[in-house]
Design a protein around this ligand. Structure first.
Ligand SMILES: Cc1cc2nc3c(=O)[nH]c(=O)nc-3n(C[C@H](O)[C@H](O)[C@H](O)COP(=O)(O)O)c2cc1C
Length: 387
């Protein structure tokens, strides 16, 4: 395994913890870089109040000395500011007596992990489930992805994202040459300002109705070397790794690469990317319908991933549920919640694609120091030009 990472931490616990192992030595890394991406995750119209409470300042506590990685696992800690108000409820040690903790949850929210998590881990208080199932954990995944992203940046690989649908509103404008800052400046991280305004309206209406919304976002990686991944074995196919990483994000229910589901409806003459003479490797592509992956391998074209996010499961106008203590019908639990988190999910998606691609880069090129890795990538680029 070339790169692995783990997170720990509950939504209102003391902190989120992350470990990423496999990052070569010699990579410049500082807390400011991590903070910049963490702040982007808080973006987007439709988020709840939690984003105002958290500063999301990530502390680097292992694997980095005097500004550079040293080859050992990188360890990160992100303290939850909100924990101060939850310290008694979330305490780790056993309190005296057996009075139930405040803010217990007994009415599962349809569409969340509450019901099945309670059955699986034998938890009567569903807070034991929702604290970890909450997307607060993604703050740490973004931090870990930012480490991967810093590595990719050294190799000339960059990532960007945008929102292309919220509810019924679609922004189908093709990528223009907009800067990432321009996308971040949009209230919903959409490229087209007209669509963005309509998306904001849709979120406002959902919020007023106590409802929630999902959508679709797109993540693009540029500058990816040719031939990451392989067709030679099922678990080495690059799109498999990419799709797994995106499907493993909370609330994601579909992933497309390139034309995705769209290819099912069109003839082959419109589905594939024809070659023509020229370019670096003696052939170049006329289009990028495949989204940068063919036969389980990167083509060197931008890798384009779209993910569909379902509407948030916590509704202020709650769905029907059952109180598990009494077995009676009851309105689902209400926890402070976002109305729509697609803009944030897009930012998280950049980190996810960074993690998947960094693993694929390290798998192909290896290298224990950044210098070694860089040399190998450079040599490969020369090789590719000759083939
Ligand atoms: C960035 C982001 C923010 C989210 N915010 C909330 C939220 O505020 N309330 C909520 O109920 N679900 C939220 N979710 C979705 C839940 O975490 C998710 O639906 C839940 O873990 C159940 O998992 P599943 O939807 O993958 O089945 C969010 C997801 C993401 C990616």
């Amino acid at each position: 395994m070339s790169l692995r990472f783990l997170t720990a931490g509950e939504s209102h616990g003391a902190a989120l913890i992350g470990i990423i192992e496999g990052i070569p030595s010699g990579l410049a890394l500082d807390a400011a870089t991590l903070l910049a991406q963490a702040r982007r995750r808080k973006l987007g119209f439709g988020r709840g109040n939690r984003q105002n409470i958290e500063t999301d300042e990530v502390r680097i506590v292992a694997g980095v000395r005097r500004g550079f990685t040293i080859g050992s696992p990188v360890g990160l800690i992100l303290e939850n500011k909100d924990h101060a108000r939850w310290a008694e409820i979330m305490r780790v040690d056993a309190p005296a007596g057996d009075a139930p903790a405040a803010r217990e949850v007994h009415v599962p929210r349809p569409g969340h992990a509450d019901r099945i998590g309670g059955i699986k881990y034998a938890r009567a208080d569903l807070r034991d489930v929702l604290e970890r199932a909450s997307a607060r954990e993604t703050a740490m995944r973004v931090a870990l992805g930012t480490v991967a992203r810093a590595l990719l940046a050294e190799l000339g690989i960059t990532l960007s994202s945008r929102v292309v649908r919220i509810g019924s509103v679609v922004d189908e404008t093709p990528w223009r040459d907009v800067s990432p800052d321009e996308i971040d400046a949009s209230p919903v991280r959409a490229q087209d300002p007209v669509a963005a305004a309509a998306m904001v309206g849709e979120i406002e209406r959902a919020k007023a109705a106590g409802d929630s919304l999902g959508g679709v976002f797109e993540v693009v990686a540029r500058g990816v070397p040719v031939a990451l991944g392989s067709y030679a074995q099922w678990d080495r196919r690059l799109e498999g790794e990419v799709a797994k990483t995106f499907m493993a994000l909370n609330a994601i229910k579909g992933v497309e690469i390139g034309l995705g589901f769209g290819v099912a409806a069109i003839p082959g003459s419109q589905a594939h990317d024809e070659y023509e003479p020229g370019g670096d490797a003696r052939t170049r592509y006329r289009s990028n319908r495949a989204g940068g992956i063919e036969g389980g391998m990167s083509t060197g074209q931008p890798i384009v991933v779209r993910a569909a996010m379902k509407p948030i499961a916590t509704l202020m106008q709650p769905l029907d549920s059952v109180d598990l203590r009494t077995g009676e019908a009851a309105a689902a639990h209400i926890e402070r919640s976002d109305t729509c988190a697609v803009p944030a999910a897009a930012v998280i998606g950049e980190s996810l694609l960074a993690l998947a691609l960094a693993a694929a880069v390290l798998e192909k090129f290896g290298g224990d120091s950044l210098e070694e890795l860089r040399e190998r990538v450079r040599a490969w680029e020369t090789t590719v030009r000759a083939r």
